[in-house]
Write a protein that binds this ligand. Sequence first.
Ligand code: ZN
Length: 289
Amino acid sequence: MPELPEVETTRRGIAPYLEGREIHEVIVRNRRLRLPVPEGLENALVGSRIGPLSRRAKYLILPIESPTDGAPAGEASRVEGEARRALLWHLGMSGSLRIARLGDAPKKHDHVDLVMEGGAILRYHDPRRFGFLDWLEGDVTNDRRLVRLGPEPLLPAFDDDRLFDRSRKRRLAVKPFLMDNAVVVGVGNIYAAEALFLAGIDPRRAAGQISRERYVRLTAAIREVLSAAITQGGTTLRDFVSGTGEPGYFAQRLNVYGRDGEPCRRCGRELRLVTLGQRASVFCPNCQT
Ligand code: ZN
């Protein structure tokens, strides 16, 4: 499943082919994604330009500048600043975006193409169809899906106090606590498990019973595992510019995730599996307390 680092890597990989360019054609082969592809999207997009891509949690945001944007505003009724139109794109469980070239034949599960000025094609592939794209009008940051999200883990708002302050009186185990998007976004199952290992914290421990000092270490560990994944993703960027195969979601060297029963890389003890919040969690009972 694409997690925050994959979505960020996707944003960086596709942005140079989209930003500032005009959309020449929109091809929808299958509208039945998690949300149906909006009717009329094709006509609404053709002739528009794509603005600077951004990401919020695991959502990609593609601002859409209609041909009249940027023209001198004759009336004071024109809303300034945050009023925008945008595409909100979520990759779901199995979605991916890559850049294809004119003449690259679509494969099975290639559901949507944006054909850009210059010949690059943004191509959406999603075998399980849990992803979606939706049309946003107005201030994107006020969208109901975005407005309640916690801070981005790699930005300053995710500071050393955030986890400690949010966890007081919480009996929930720390791992599902970390995976709550209202606490911090983008810490999925893999990265929660890996960060807890780096910080030496038992994933079963009640969130409200962890000291501020340990949360400071955990905050640094979260930043470290996510940054490392994004850096590693950078080496696979070329995979986004190709008509061949699946995009470059990368296999990282993981310390605990998926290693149930294998020896701990730090102490050699056997790693254990527990289920927390319906998610499998692997940890070292010796290094994580
Ligand atoms: Zn260990």
